[in-house]
Design a protein around this ligand. Structure first.
Ligand code: PSU
Ligand code: MN
Length: 320
């Protein structure tokens, strides 16, 4: 096994520690998608493939997860395999991290937990699938993912497929505005609904290059914006899930969750499972496509960021 650096409750894998030390591009990857977002055994294959995709696009992948109370930034293949196989792995959001650390627990980290750990480790770019958001019944349940609050307070750029239509996308975009999270869509102004190319909502600022995103990260740092940047990267229409199938299953899935009285943190995994199962896994294939694309774009942004940082290190600020 490769040697590791242990710093407080963090373990950085050697390739990640090396890359961060040299200012080389690094892309964080979450692990709730492995433990709760994708069916086994595709989950392990997918996790390994996401890492290869990031590496193939010129950045070092840092899959983040909690293993026996230690926050791993960069998982070795053995640990990844164990996590993917563990049917009892916990779903750890940011507020669960201190508990898991003190109790020596293991689990997948959500977007919120991964973003927090990544930014603490000095990683600025994070690629994932869909992020959490405001649930459809949030008016009465107050169910809004912690992903939004963490995005508002961590300097990280999250490359995502947007927000799944199991959530209230309009309300999620409103909350992101309230929280001063910069929201961009890559290549278009139409905000995606994960499996679907167009959610019906648009953003003010489409972006077309990774360099532009890196410039915005630098600008956000300069003005001291406390939070992060959410980039939505839509699938081309030809690759999206059949919209009619999507609408039918969404209605049925929401009904099934209600009938089974699913609550709290179980809701997102329940709905994802339901939809994956009832599309004959067509939705899994679409899901994988989205994350692959985000891994590639994430690596590009991390590369642009690394070049920009190296350049600004050489430039002396001018007086006056
Ligand atoms: N959305 C997806 N796939 C996922 C998740 C969200 O399309 O796997 C996971 C992410 O880890 C996200 C978490 O951070 O679910 C959000 O859960 P909740 O809604 O309980 O905050
Ligand atoms: Mn919730």
């Amino acid at each position: 096994m490769r040697s590791r650096q242990r710093v407080f409750g963090f373990v950085l894998s050697e390739p990640v520690a090396d890359a961060l030390g040299h200012g080389d591009p690094v892309v964080a990857l979450e692990s709730t998608i492995i433990t709760h977002g994708l069916p086994r055994p595709e989950n392990l294959q997918a996790a390994l493939e996401f890492e290869r995709t990031v590496a193939g696009a010129g950045a070092v992948p840092a899959t983040i997860a909690m293993v026996d109370g230690l926050a791993h930034i960069g998982l070795d293949p053995d640990a990844l395999e164990r996590l993917a196989a563990a049917a009892d792995a916990l779903k750890l959001s940011a507020r669960d991290l201190p508990i898991a650390m003190a109790q020596g627990a293991s689990g997948g980290t959500t977007v919120a937990a991964t973003a927090l750990l990544a930014s603490r480790a000095g990683i600025r770019v994070f690629a994932t699938g869909g992020i959490g958001g405001v649930h459809r019944d949030a008016g009465s349940t107050f169910d809004e993912s912690a992903d939004l609050g963490i995005l508002a307070s961590c300097r990280i750029t999250v490359i995502s497929g947007g927000v799944k239509s199991i959530l209230d996308i309009g309300a999620t975009l409103e909350r992101l505005e309230s929280l001063s999270v910069t929201v961009l869509v890559f290549g278009t102004d139409r905000f995606p609904a994960f499996w679907l190319t167009d959610s019906g909502y648009s953003v003010d600022f489409p972006v077309t290059t990774a360099d532009e995103i890196a410039q915005m990260m630098a600008a956000a740092d300069t003005i001291g914006l406390p939070g992060g940047i959410l980039v939505a990267n839509p699938l081309p229409e030809a690759a999206q899930l059949d919209p009619a199938l999507h609408d039918r299953l969404l209605r049925a899935g929401l009904e099934a969750a209600k009938a089974a009285s699913v609550r709290g943190k179980e809701i997102t995994p329940f709905l994802l499972d339901y939809i994956h199962e009832h599309t004959g896994r067509a939705s899994v294939a679409v899901n994988l496509d989205i994350v692959r694309g985000n891994c590639r774009l994430g690596a590009e942004v991390a590369r642009s960021w690394s070049v920009l940082q190296a350049r600004s290190d050489r430039v002396q600020p001018t007086a006056g």
